[in-house]
Structure formats: structure tokens, C-alpha cells
Write a protein that binds this ligand. Structure first.
Ligand code: ADP
Ligand code: VHF
Length: 387
């Protein structure tokens, strides 16, 4: 490839929790097999973020590429099952490679897009990931390639990374790849391609600049990276595309200096989440609460605890969008708030009026101490949303 035009240096907007997506092109050479060559710098970057109090969840590809080396006899046009077998084989290598580069424990998390479309599993994955972060363990996420095959390709970790970023309430999506950032066209086939330092809106024109993967091991190319940035932006998360093969770029990123593409978002994470909570349709049924709970939610910024619940009406499930209803002083029901419930209607009726500490004993399990967490809720008033 001819010498490409450089990206200018810019300052990274502040962030506190990020997903770092590392593509196969950084972990494996075209011939397959894993190498720590580029992973080392990225691991040092994560360690320096961690040392400055910022959290990073890693979404790492590389399983198929690693497996391919171990099963060299497999042809390029191997069947899906053979590629899935390669991924299963290679996944252990990928996690082992990362573990060698960290002095704190890592946890392997395998997810599918289907898992994250299912409300209950979405909540379960979120609870597990936040528990891992609280335990100071770094999750290493990959698609569960054993079960996820979309048409003829294995999964797409760029989009998965964006969904994980929204799931864990991240405020930054960092995509490390084998090219300096977004260009006006794929520079591998267009020597005149110009670097794009900053994107304010992912217009059709920008989306049209993205081409397919440039290497044999990469899968989605720039297209899936821009799709991921679009998903992240809708959730109020900014995205950075940078070259994970360039040690200097990675070092500078540790100092919040970027040579790459910054894709901004106009909404904050909280605004995007509240907007979503306000507009997703609620299922029929509601959680009926007493006056004390209604006050604690609307005035005190509290989560809804079982103690303040009178009963659940309808047949909703954990993960459904439901309304919380109180009784006005003249006995008229009114909607206090709406949000994602941690427990289904039948469970809430078992827990109504109970103390939080009795949840496990009453149900035999616990999804957490609140029936609805504050972050999953919007308070409604006559004039609209207030928090
Ligand atoms: N407009 C573009 N700007 C930059 N790179 C592009 C563009 N269109 C396509 N690409 C290709 O996308 C590749 C990165 O994607 P991919 O190979 O899937 O990597 P990864 O394994 O990191 O996901 C680049 O090497 C480049 O050839
Ligand atoms: N889950 C697959 C990778 C899927 C993928 O999106 O790859 P890449 O385009 O290199 O990020 C694997 O680990 O090989």
C-alpha cells in the first residue's frame, strides 16, 4: 500500500467506561495463529486506563484465526461446522493469550446477538458483566461462535462490541483495527483516499465510504465498524477507530491523544437511555405501589424496593417495560414511572411488602434487591420526563 495521509492529533473526550474491540487482524497474521505483537501494547493501554480509574471491557476476535493454524489441513472454503470447530479450538488460545498479558484475572464471556435480543438474557448478561467489573475482573467477550452462524459468515464482533457497550453503560467504544481510521474510501484499493478525523453524523455519504475487510483474517471491514458506531451513537456512546498495530498511536491514546477517527454523538448516554425508556411501548399490566414508594421514586431518586409494592397486575416477565402506578390522594391511579422490571409479575406478587433481605428466601433466587433499578426507570409527570 502506498504511504497514506496521516490523521491529525486531537484530544479524546473524557470517558469512564469503555469497550475495546480488538479485531482478528491485530491478533493473527494472514497465515493464522495468534501473536502478542500488537496485543501487548493494547494490554498496556488497558492497564494504564485501569490505573487511572477507568474501566475497560475487552471484545476480542481471533478465535477462528487461532483455530485455523491448529487445523491447518482445513481448506479456505471449509464448512460452517468446520469454521465453528476452529473457533471453539481457537477461543481457548485467545483468552490464554490475553491472560498472559495481564496480572489480574480475566473472565471469558461468550455471547450471541440472539442472547442480547432476549430481554431476560440481556439483563442476566448485564448483571454478570457488572458483577465482574465490581470484582475487578476484566471480561473478555467474544461471540459464541459454536451456536451463532449468521448466513455463511461467523459473527460480527464490531456490532457485538457496540451492543455490549450499551449493555454495560459504557460511554466510549474503542475499535482497534489494522488501519489508521476511516478514509473516504478503502485506501487499499483507492490510493487517493483521504483520512476523516471526525464524524458528527453518520450520514448515508459516510456509510457509503466503507468497504469490506482488507485482510484474509478480518471479516466485516469498515462497514461493520460504522454500523457499530451508529448503534453506539444511538445509545449516546462515542466511538474511536484507531490503528492497534501502531505502537505510537496506542501509547498516545493512553494519554488521551488520538490519531484516528472520532465519531461523536449528539446525545449523552443518559439522555439516550431515558429517551429509549420513555418511548419503548410498555406491556399491559403494571406494578402498583404505595404512596411512600411513589414519593421515594419521584422525589428521592430511589429504586423501587419490594417493600413499597402493593401488587403486580397482568402477566409481564422479567425484562419487560412496565408502568409503575400509584394512587393519587383522591384515589385515582396515576403513572409514577415506567421502566424495565427486574422481576416478573408472579415473582413481584410473591415479594410484595417483603424486606429486600427476604427475596432469596421467598423465591429461592435473587436478581438483585430492587424490583426496578433507578437507572432502568424514567419518572413521568404531566409535563413529561423529569429524570
Ligand atoms: N473507507 C475505509 N477506510 C478505512 N478502511 C477501510 C475502508 N473501507 C474498507 N476498509 C478496510 O477495512 C479493514 C479493517 O477491517 P477488518 O479487516 O474487518 O479488520 P478487523 O479484523 O480489525 O475487524 C481495513 O484494513 C481496510 O482495508
Ligand atoms: N468471533 C470470531 C470473529 C468475528 C469477527 O468479527 O472478526 P473481526 O472482523 O476480526 O473482528 C472470532 O473470534 O474469530
Amino acid at each position: 500500500m502506498t504511504q497514506l495521509r496521516k490523521f491529525r492529533q486531537q484530544t479524546v473526550p473524557p470517558w469512564r467506561r469503555a469497550v475495546l474491540k480488538v479485531g482478528s487482524s491485530l491478533l493473527a497474521a494472514d497465515s493464522g495463529g495468534l501473536s502478542t505483537r500488537h496485543a501487548l501494547g493494547l494490554a498496556q493501554f488497558i492497564a494504564s486506563c485501569h490505573a487511572s480509574g477507568r474501566e475497560v471491557v475487552l471484545v476480542s476476535s481471533g478465535a477462528v484465526a487461532a483455530g485455523r493454524l491448529l487445523m491447518q489441513h482445513l481448506p479456505e472454503d471449509a464448512s460452517n461446522a468446520a469454521r465453528q470447530a476452529m473457533a471453539a479450538l481457537g477461543q481457548t488460545q485467545t483468552v490464554a493469550l490475553w491472560q498472559r498479558l495481564f496480572d489480574r484475572p480475566l473472565a471469558q464471556v461468550l455471547l450471541t446477538h440472539d442472547d442480547l435480543r432476549n430481554r431476560r438474557r440481556y439483563l442476566n448478561a448485564r448483571a454478570t458483566l457488572s458483577e465482574l467489573l465490581a470484582l475487578n475482573v476484566m471480561p473478555v467477550v467474544n461471540e459464541n461462535d459454536t451456536v451463532a452462524v449468521d448466513e455463511l459468515t461467523l459473527g460480527d464482533n464490531d456490532n457485538l462490541a457496540a451492543i455490549v457497550a450499551a449493555l454495560i453503560d459504557a460511554d466510549m467504544l474503542l475499535i482497534a483495527t489494522d488501519i489508521d481510521g476511516l478514509y473516504t474510501a478503502d485506501p487499499r484499493s483507492n490510493p487517493d483516499a483521504q483520512p476523516i478525523d471526525e464524524v458528527h453524523e453518520l450520514t448515508a455519504e459516510i456509510m457509503g465510504m466503507a468497504g469490506a475487510a482488507g485482510s484474509r483474517v478480518g471479516t466485516g471491514g469498515m462497514r461493520t465498524k460504522l454500523e457499530a458506531a451508529e448503534k453506539a451513537a444511538a445509545a449516546g456512546i462515542q466511538t474511536i477507530l484507531f490503528n492497534g498495530r501502531d505502537n505510537e498511536v496506542v501509547n498516545l491514546l493512553s494519554r488521551d491523544l488520538l490519531h484516528g477517527t472520532l465519531l461523536r454523538t449528539s446525545a449523552t448516554r443518559m439522555q439516550a437511555r431515558k429517551y429509549w425508556l420513555l418511548h419503548v411501548p410498555a406491556v399491559p399490566g403494571c406494578i402498583h405501589v404505595d404512596a411512600g414508594a411513589a414519593r421515594a421514586l419521584s422525589e428521592g431518586g430511589a429504586s423501587l424496593l419490594p417493600k413499597g409494592v402493593i401488587d403486580a397486575v397482568g402477566e409481564f416477565q422479567r425484562g419487560d417495560m412496565v408502568e409503575i402506578v400509584g394512587d393519587s390522594p383522591d384515589g385515582e391511579p396515576y403513572v409514577v414511572a415506567r421502566g424495565i422490571t427486574q422481576y416478573g409479575a408472579a415473582e413481584i406478587n410473591q415479594l410484595a411488602r417483603s424486606h429486600t433481605r427476604d427475596i432469596r428466601q421467598k423465591l429461592g433466587y435473587s436478581y438483585g434487591e430492587s424490583v426496578m433499578h433507578r437507572d432502568d426507570m424514567v419518572i413521568t409527570t404531566d409535563s413529561g420526563v423529569i429524570s
